[in-house]
Design a protein around this ligand. Structure first.
Ligand code: NAD
Ligand code: MG
Ligand code: MG
Length: 338
């Protein structure tokens, strides 16, 4: 396993290049601003009438329509939603991309599962930060960086890996560590992580804990603090020094409960389900399910999203966070800017 740092990156390979960042969402705003602050020549590609145009311009970035940004660029980083990338590639990217340019991604799904079949004369690489876009930006601004994966799918120039490492370094990844991998491994591990642990696993755990307390008659406010708010404080300790560091800080009572009860909550059956989820990812079944729902205009997804946002935990949380103004002050997500 190779890990690269800033000292291994040759930023000169990007110096005379124009980089188009397509999209100005979670990842897009972070890449565009970090690249600019690292001294790169950036244009943000957006659709006419997009709400993000003002946000990008207010950040001092050059903005153009997608096809035009692609036509100007030596490197095109595709940070559109995964479900929109294939049609954008066919309609706005493929015929406008300069001969020998590089096409880049922050997630491998479309390339790995063949939704995009890239032109043969170009480089195709990945620079995928291992964290939410808003933290890719805020961590960089704070002088740190989010770890990044790089991979090469097509290397026509013979310099695709060097370019990928330089790109990852310019978005801040070289401060934390840049790992070289493949499109296959990034795609499969990323989807697994977000489904089983980071997003799916965690939110299901938090909600089930909250519901258990509320159904037993405890106040929802107490259940919120116990099962959601405090999670950050615990995870901060794990982030800083691993699980052992967290266990050093908690009481012996908590640690005994942790070690004896934790494996009953996430048990053999849970792990068997995780393996099933991983195999659905590997076979392409998950990607198909997601893409097909989108192609049909989004039947399942919007319904699930709206049901989830109506959960009692959101309502009680909004009320309680209103009493903790410091949370709002240092907010990572500011929808008027990012
Ligand atoms: P997003 O939904 O936050 O932002 C997408 C942006 O693209 C928005 O600015 C939107 O207005 C614009 N857009 C949508 N459709 C478009 C179109 N057809 N033409 C032009 N612009 C369009 O997306 P995101 O979550 O930042 O994801 C972008 C990529 O980054 C994906 O490949 C994703 O897997 C990857 N990624 C995301 C994260 C994350 O933190 N969200 C982390 C790692 C990798
Ligand atoms: Mg992902
Ligand atoms: Mg991820």
């Amino acid at each position: 396993m190779k890990v690269y740092y800033d000292k291994d990156a040759n930023l000169d390979v990007l110096k005379d290049k124009k980089i188009a960042v397509l999209g100005y969402g979670s990842q897009g705003h972070a890449h565009a601003n970090n690249l600019k602050d690292s001294g790169m020549n950036v244009v943000v590609g957006l659709r006419q009438g997009s709400n993000s145009i003002k946000k990008a311009q207010n950040a001092g970035l050059e903005v153009a329509e997608v096809a035009e940004a692609v036509g100007q660029a030596d490197i095109v980083m595709v940070l559109l939603p995964d479900e929109s990338q294939a049609s954008a590639y066919d309609q706005e990217i493929k015929d406008n991309l300069k001969q020998g340019a590089a096409l880049a991604f922050a997630h491998g799904l479309n390339i790995h599962f063949d939704y995009i079949k890239p032109r043969e004369d170009i480089d195709v690489f990945m620079a995928a930060p291992k964290g939410p876009g808003h933290l890719v930006r805020s961590t960089y601004e704070g002088g740190g960086g989010v770890p990044c994966l790089v991979a090469v799918n097509q290397d026509s120039s013979g310099k695709a890996l060097e370019t990928a490492i330089a790109y990852a370094s310019a978005v801040g990844g070289g401060r934390a560590g840049i790992i070289e991998t493949t499109f296959k491994d990034e795609t499969e591990t990323d989807l697994f992580g977000e489904q089983a642990v980071l997003c799916g696993g965690t939110t299901a755990l938090v909600q089930a804990g909250f519901e258990t307390l509320v159904e037993a008659g405890y106040p929802p406010e107490m259940a919120y603090f116990e099962c959601l708010h405090e999670l950050k404080l615990i995870v901060d300790l794990m982030y800083e020094g691993g699980i052992a560091n967290m266990r050093y800080s908690i009481s012996n009572t908590a640690e005994f409960g942790d070690l004896t009860r934790g494996p009953r909550v996430v048990n053999e059956q849970t792990k068997a389900e995780m393996k099933k989820i991983l195999s659905e990812i590997q076979s392409g079944q998950f990607a198909r399910e997601f893409m097909e729902d989108n192609a049909q205009g989004g039947k399942v997804f919007p319904e699930l999203r709206s049901r989830a946002s109506g959960h009692q935990i959101e309502e009680v949380g909004a009320k309680l966070r209103g009493m903790m103004p410091w949370i709002d002050k240092g907010k990572i997500v500011d929808k008027s800017k990012n």
